[in-house]
Design a protein around this ligand. Structure first.
Ligand code: URA
Length: 208
C-alpha cells in the first residue's frame, strides 16, 4: 500500500493517507480524499474539514478508542477534484482495511464516499441522516463536513443529521442493520460502487 502506483495520483502525492485511529475501531468514518494538509501530514482529516469533524465527534461523545478515520481515495487529487478512477484503484485497499479493522458500523462523509458503498442510495441529500446497510454492516451517511465551510446553507441539515446519528449510535455500535437492509450477499460491496466493481471483476485484495 505504501508504495502504491495504481493510479495517476501516485505522481503528485506527498504522502499516502491511510488511516488514523485504533487497530480495532467500533466505528469507521470514511471520507472522500485527502486535501493539502492531509497530504502534507499523511493523516486523514487534519485540516479545516477535520476540525468540523472533530467537533461532531465530540458532540457525539465518541471516545478515541471507538472510532477510526479513513478515505475512499488515499492520495490527494490535485485541486481537490475527486477522481472516480482513483476510487476504483483504491477500492481493494479500502476493502482490505475494512476487513482488517473489522468495524461494527460505517459512517460515510460526502457523496463520493457514499457512492463507493451504496451508489443506489444517492443523492446524498436524500440518503444522509438515516441508517443503511452495506455488506452486513450498518452504514450511516453524513454530508461532507467541508460543505459547512462554504456558507451556512448546510449547517442546520448537518446538525439535524448528527442528532439522528446520535439516536442510532447503539445500532451502529452493535453492528445492527435496519430491517429490510440485509446485505445483498456474503461478499461486502455487491451493490455496484467502486468496491463492488473491484470484487466483481475478480479484483485481488492485496496485502498492505
Ligand atoms: N476531506 C476528506 O474527504 N478527507 C480528508 O482526509 C480531508 C478532507
Amino acid at each position: 500500500m505504501r508504495r502504491c502506483r495504481r493510479c495517476v495520483l501516485a505522481r503528485t502525492r506527498t504522502n499516502i493517507v491511510i488511516y488514523r485511529g485504533p487497530p480495532s475501531p467500533v466505528l469507521l468514518f470514511v471520507g472522500e480524499a485527502p486535501g493539502r494538509d492531509e497530504d502534507r501530514m499523511g493523516l486523514p482529516f487534519v485540516g479545516s474539514a477535520g476540525r468540523i469533524l472533530a467537533r461532531a465527534i465530540e458532540a457525539l461523545s465518541l471516545e478515541p478508542w471507538e472510532f477510526g478515520i479513513t478515505n475512499v481515495v488515499m492520495c490527494r487529487p490535485p485541486g481537490n477534484r475527486f477522481l472516480p478512477e482513483a476510487a476504483g484503484a483504491c477500492a481493494p485497499w479500502l476493502q482490505e482495511k475494512i476487513h482488517r479493522l473489522r468495524p461494527r458500523g460505517l459512517i460515510t462523509l460526502g457523496s463520493h464516499a457514499l457512492e463507493a458503498f451504496r451508489p443506489d442510495a444517492l443523492p446524498i441529500t436524500s440518503a444522509a441522516g438515516r441508517l443503511w446497510g452495506w455488506g452486513g454492516l450498518p452504514l450511516f451517511p453524513l454530508l461532507h463536513p467541508a460543505a459547512l465551510l462554504h456558507g451556512p446553507r448546510y449547517r442546520a441539515r448537518w446538525e439535524e443529521d448528527l442528532r439522528s446519528l446520535r439516536s442510532v449510535l447503539p445500532d451502529l455500535r452493535a453492528g445492527r442493520i435496519p430491517p429490510g437492509e440485509t446485505a445483498p450477499g456474503p461478499v461486502p460491496g455487491t451493490t455496484g460502487g467502486p468496491l463492488a466493481k473491484t470484487l466483481l471483476q475478480g479484483g485481488d485484495v492485496p496485502s498492505p
